[in-house]
Each structure stands twice: as structure tokens, then as C-alpha cells.
Ligand binder design. Structure first.
Ligand SMILES: [Zn+2]
Length: 408
């Protein structure tokens, strides 16, 4: 017999009585939705926001993709699930490593718990880097558009995805990579009707195109058509984002970068500090590995205390926090961040050394994320929601709570 309530990471979720789809639109600054609705290209989203629930929520800081996707599927902050960036410095091994291996995950997902209790669960993500984390220990369907032509029943719980979706496998740098996610979601709902589905796109478009621009509106119009189909199929839909997105350049289009490693080398000697940019991943063409969040390892506490005072004074720095301050304020795992956490203000990104960033591939002025200025994201549902306490600070990782416990 299936349970009424599923408990995961100290939160409880009611069993669904109709299919639930949670959509994480990568880099969906609320202004993208407003512009698409205003310009009349997203009639379904307009209806969803008017007749359902149209809320705003705070994402996890660092406002990056992996920490937030993992927060959404675990319903918990990084202090619980352990994933606080794409990349970190593993003090135990003394190496800088990618954090996309499930061995770094410290909590189970709500998706896996429902699957264990007998729900049919499906996950589709744009980039393959997230697939193993999102599908960790989950029985069901889990694949990426990036590697949709390589799925196997054993690894992904499904075969023949390319035929099912009827779209060729798109380039990893394209809007179509996200379209494939939605198209797959609709086909899965039509053919298999999963009880719980998680769809996660990529922010390729948002890194290049500002809200209301033709490319952005075309993307949201595409999304709108698929969401309308999911709604017609009877799903409860909650849409949120992993983070927002802002311009990070001056009026001439030149990126505003603080090269923090260069500054610390100049002030305190070469390589005394180790600056880590947790945005770093294998796909850096569209942002040059530049975001508004950095963490710094110092040789000892005295150095950290001395450096932080000076780092706070750098123009463009919004905040510099000690490890403990950052871990408390942003609910981060203290053992996976450096001695300092440094945030750039709205239009400023933080780099390591100028020589280590290849900005030649940036075709358009830099837009990026990572800081507090990208923390506000949409949290919308196609049905009205009930029982949300007034004054509650909503998070993007309340998406499943909203869908399962509050949607009418
Ligand atoms: Zn993202």
C-alpha cells in the first residue's frame, strides 16, 4: 500500500493525486517572464500567473546551477545536501575537483523517496553534468538531452529517447538543448504519465539574451507551448529557477571583472591565496567562468582575518564573509568553502587571474550570476496554492512542497 506522506530531509510531502511536474528554468530572472507575458508571446504563462500562484522565492547563494538544482530536488539547503558549487577545493586530497560526482551528495532526494514508495518518476535535464546527481539512487527514468542518443534501459531507465521525442540531439550550446527537455517531458507525460517529473533546462539563452529581447522571447514562447500541453494533460506544474541573471559589463560592453587572485598575489605574495570559482565547469564558453561569487583559501586564520578587511574595500565587492559567516547566512557546508567568501555586486564578476580566463569566446557582452543580485527567482504554479503562512520566506527549494502540499 502506498503511503499518504513521504518524509525526506525532515520535511513531509503528500502523495500526489495527479501528475506533478516541477520545472527548473535555468537562469530565469523574473523579468524574462514579465517581458514574455507583456509582449504577448507567452499566453499560457500569462494564464498560469493569473489563475494559479504567482510568487517570488529566494534561491541558494552561490546562485549557481548545481547547488540550486540539488536544493530543489532534496527540498533542503546545501548545508544538508553538500553540493555548494560546480567545483571546489578538496582539502582532504589537496586537489581542485568537480563536485558533480554523486559521492559528494549528503542527502537523498525527494524524487528517489517517491520512487522507492512506488511512484513513477522521471527526470530530464539539459546538460549531462547534472544527471547523475539528480538521479542518484532513484528508480525510474533519468536522462539528459545532451546524451539522449546514448540512453540505455540499465543506466537511464528508458530506451529510444530520440525516436520518442522526434528531435535530433541538439548542440550543448543551443536553445534547442532546453527545448528537447520540454519536448521529452510532454512525450513522457503522453506515453507513460509519470507521477512525478523534474525538468531542468540550461541557461545558454539567458547568458546571451536580456529579458524582452527577440532570442529571449522566442525561448519563453517555445516553453509556453510545451507547458500548455503539460497542463492539458492534467499535470500540476510548478515552475521555478536555479538563479537569476544580470548584465555584468560596462556601457561599452566590457565585462566588469575583479581579478581576485591577481590582487591577492600582488598584496601578499604569489600563490599565498587560492581563489576558487565554483562556477567553473566544462562548459564555460558562454560565461568565461566568470560569476559574482568566489571563495578564497588562506594559509591560516590570521591571514584570512587580515585579508577580509582589504577585500571588502575593493570597488565592486558587495560583501566579504568569513567561512562561518557565509556557512550560517547561506546555509553552506563549511568544509566545502574557503576561509573567505566574496560576492560581487550586481554588475561585477570575480575572476582568478586575468591570464586564466579566456574571454575570446564571449560573442556578446557578459551576463552571469552567482551573487545575491541573482537570488530572486519566480515560483509559480498552474493552480492556486493554499496554506502558505503569510510572511514565510519562500525558497526555490519549496517547489515540491508547493506542488505536493499546497496546490489545489
Ligand atoms: Zn544555472
Amino acid at each position: 500500500m502506498r503511503p499518504e506522506i513521504i518524509e525526506v530531509n525532515a520535511r513531509s510531502y503528500r502523495w500526489m493525486h495527479r501528475p506533478v511536474v516541477v520545472v527548473c528554468v535555468d537562469g530565469c530572472e523574473p523579468a524574462y517572464l514579465h517581458a514574455a507575458v507583456r509582449d504577448g508571446v507567452a499566453p499560457y504563462l500569462a494564464r498560469m500567473m493569473e489563475t494559479g500562484a504567482n510568487l517570488l522565492a529566494d534561491c541558494v547563494v552561490p546562485s549557481f546551477t548545481n547547488p540550486n538544482n540539488l536544493s530543489i530536488v532534496t527540498g533542503a539547503p546545501p548545508s544538508v545536501h553538500g553540493i555548494c558549487g560546480n567545483y571546489f577545493f578538496d582539502r582532504e586530497s589537496g586537489e581542485e575537483v568537480m563536485m558533480n560526482d554523486p559521492k559528494y551528495l549528503r542527502a537523498g532526494t525527494v524524487l528517489a523517496a517517491f520512487a522507492d514508495a512506488g511512484a513513477a518518476v522521471a527526470v530530464v535535464t539539459a546538460k549531462d553534468k547534472l544527471r547523475k546527481l539528480l538521479g542518484h539512487r532513484m528508480k525510474g527514468i533519468c536522462f539528459s538531452s545532451e546524451k539522449a542518443d546514448q540512453v540505455t534501459l540499465a543506466e537511464n531507465g528508458i530506451e529510444g529517447v530520440v525516436d520518442l521525442v522526434g528531435m535530433p540531439v541538439p548542440s550543448v550550446y543551443s536553445a534547442e538543448l532546453s527545448e528537447f527537455v520540454f519536448a521529452a517531458g510532454v512525450k513522457l507525460m503522453q506515453t507513460r504519465r509519470p507521477d512525478l517529473m523534474y525538468l531542468s533546462t540550461t541557461d545558454y539563452v539567458q547568458h546571451k539574451a536580456a529579458p524582452g529581447s527577440p532570442a529571449a522571447n522566442a525561448f519563453y514562447a517555445m516553453m509556453d507551448r510545451y507547458l500548455a500541453q503539460l497542463d492539458e494533460l492534467g499535470a500540476t506544474i510548478v515552475l521555478t529557477a536555479d538563479h537569476g541573471m544580470n548584465d555584468k559589463h560596462d556601457e561599452q560592453g566590457k565585462p566588469n571583472v575583479i581579478y581576485l587572485q591577481d590582487l591577492l598575489d600582488e598584496w601578499y605574495g604569489a600563490a599565498k591565496a587560492r581563489v576558487i570559482l565554483p562556477i567553473t565547469d566544462p562548459y564555460v564558453v558562454h560565461h568565461g567562468a566568470l560569476g559574482s561569487f568566489a571563495t578564497v583559501y588562506a594559509p591560516d586564520d590570521a591571514a584570512a582575518a587580515q585579508w577580509i578587511e582589504r577585500v571588502r574595500e575593493i570597488p565592486g565587492v558587495q560583501a566579504a564573509l568569513t567561512r562561518d559567516e557565509a556557512a550560517r547566512r547561506f546555509e553552506l557546508p563549511p568544509d566545502r568553502i574557503g576561509d573567505l567568501v566574496v560576492l560581487g555586486e550586481r554588475s561585477t564578476v570575480i575572476g582568478t587571474s586575468a591570464s586564466r580566463h579566456d574571454l575570446s569566446a564571449l560573442e556578446v557582452p557578459l551576463r552571469s550570476h552567482g551573487g545575491l543580485s541573482e537570488q530572486q527567482v519566480p515560483l509559480i504554479c498552474n493552480r492556486p496554492v493554499k496554506g502558505i503562512a503569510s510572511g514565510r520566506r519562500l525558497r526555490n527549494f519549496d517547489a515540491l512542497d508547493l506542488a505536493l502540499n499546497h496546490a489545489q
